[in-house]
Design a protein around this ligand. Sequence first.
Ligand SMILES: [Zn+2]
Length: 379
Amino acid sequence: MSNRVDRDGVSLNGVILRTLRDVGPLSRVELTRRTRLSAATITRRITTLLAEGTVKEEDVVNEGALGRPAVAVALSRAANRVIAVQIGVGTATTAVVDVLGGVDQVDTFAYDTSLPATAVISRVADAVRDLRDPATVAVGVAVPGPVDESGRRMLMPINLAWRDVPIADQLEQELGLPVVAEHNVRSMALAEARFGAGRSRRSVGFIYAGAGIGAGLVVDGSPLTVGVHGAIELGHLRVDPGGAACVCGGRGCLETVASAEALRRRHDALRIATAPGTHPLVTLCASEAEEARRDASRVLTHLATGVSTVSNLMNPELLLLGGGLADLPPDSLDELIAQSRNATFPLIRDSIDIRASRLGATAAVIGAASAALDRILYS
Ligand SMILES: [Zn+2]
């Protein structure tokens, strides 16, 4: 931390604001102790941050053993709000997210996946304009695929025909606000690590089943970007070597058996009614028909291969299952977790906690907003 405290004022503020985000309201004395900044620096910075509305003074707290009352400083939810967007395959969700992960004004629109990316991004810009107010400081976008390291380009959302799209540039030009793009499932992991079940965990993994299947990881509070493109392409793990051709050019990928589209095709074959608004995996697992039960069991086995692969390679402390996986009937969820654990190395099996995410559809927007604030407020 010492290298940070000597740097420019923004970094000092970043240290203070991150501490208030992660620990909660603190007195100036406690803030001084935790940040290891000088009391004079804390006093001066807090005066400025109060004047600009970034923090506020709150209830009186008792200070340590002496029990002397002290005023607590807290992040203000009214300042530094982010308009967050989750771009899915054929749908986009917008919301206003505050600095403590509170979500407001959630709205979703559908778009035609045959449209060029620029047209869909313009539509997103329109939706952001409707939500924008003076407290808006940035736009965070969760996208369905890898992004470049600087958080500006969608590289290859494989379930859309868009390639290397400069989404942050276009939105910044249209809106005049700073824009940060982040991988959708890494955003969900970040939301859980900051504001959800992963708050006290050092490493948090997230596996999401939506149109496709993705994974993301947060380690020590930061999204993990691996390799050249930062991509963990769980949906394209080969689970069935002789299986069907995949959109990625491969064969037998996890998405060929467990993507929403692959599952809908099974619905058609089995004459199961596809319920709108429900992930087709949930409908398949809830079906009583014997053939559907066999199918569901086969899909869960392949998904367990995916979950155990993430466990074995990444061994996060907490591994959350989201999207359609979080909505599975309890017996199917138990079966998926049990099979996943069976296929995991014993040492990891004993330490990993695998369960359903409870942030629901808001995980991606909370995470996208967090990724944006990391770059503009906390750094
Ligand atoms: Zn594939």
